[in-house]
Design a protein around this ligand. Sequence first.
Ligand code: DGY
Length: 325
Amino acid sequence: MTARIVVTTHLPGDPVGLLRAHPVGRDAEIVHLDVTRKPTREELLDAVRGADAILPHIPDRIDAEVMDAAGSGLKIVSNYGVGYDNIDTEAARQRGVIVTNTPDVLTDATADVAWMLILNAARGMQRASRELHEGTWTGWHPAQYVGKDLVGRTLLVVGMGRIGLAVARRAVGWRMRILYTARSRKTEAEKAPVNAVRVELDEGLAEADVVSLNCPLTEDTRHLIDARRLGIMKNGAVLVNTARGAVIDEAALAEALEQGVIHAAGLDVFEREPEVHPGILGQERATILPHIGSGTEDSRNGMTEIAVRNLLSGLLGEDPPNRVA
Ligand code: DGY
């Protein structure tokens, strides 16, 4: 029987060519919503009807309604993204649908962006650069643009998975003391030469000069960093998020930056993308980027390759390598 495969957006790296190159994809009916925006809910529901496999990207919410629209033939949802909080994994389990993600290929690109934000936020680059562009720089002065030092300071990595570890590895260059939290006791950190010390979250927040959020978004981590926890952090601390926006209570962060509860924030992700909380958008001490963590050619092409491989494997009835549910 011919498989029906739905790719919900334009992806780099020729996903249709990769699918067609495989015997399973050669004769498949491939529906490709080849658009550089998020498909509307109606477009999504319409496209997935009768699908055996769906390859969505992070902005697509793949819930019970979408799975039911696809019908009982749906075998796999192969997410383009390492994060898969856009997929209702419980609904997938109930329907026997496999869910996969695209880890590893974006680890270093994302850790680089975390460090871009750490450096930018600590040194106030956003404001300094803007003033220069606007022609309002009045010339060098010792009291201008004075930021925070990083060498020898303390970094807390919240979520010591692959990306968290890559952030920690880079911190060795700044001779930082590294603290971390992680879901399981046995983490890659224990194997790695970063000398990271496991701590409780509140303890780490109280000690850290830089906090990097690298945990997945789950019901346990939604608003993990709220007003109370921002209050535990040092006044001079920098908070960086390259994970998912909703790990931080954005309204609480806007207030904390306004009140000087912490020094600065660097954010690549937001609670309601593409919207940004107005109190953060207008905040000089928030360095913000439009979710570019994985935005390198190798990462984005690699994610397509992995998503296609997972999808084909699921269609073949195998256990795909990056199965998460
Ligand atoms: C992911 O893959 O989850 C990232 O957020 C994409 O940059």
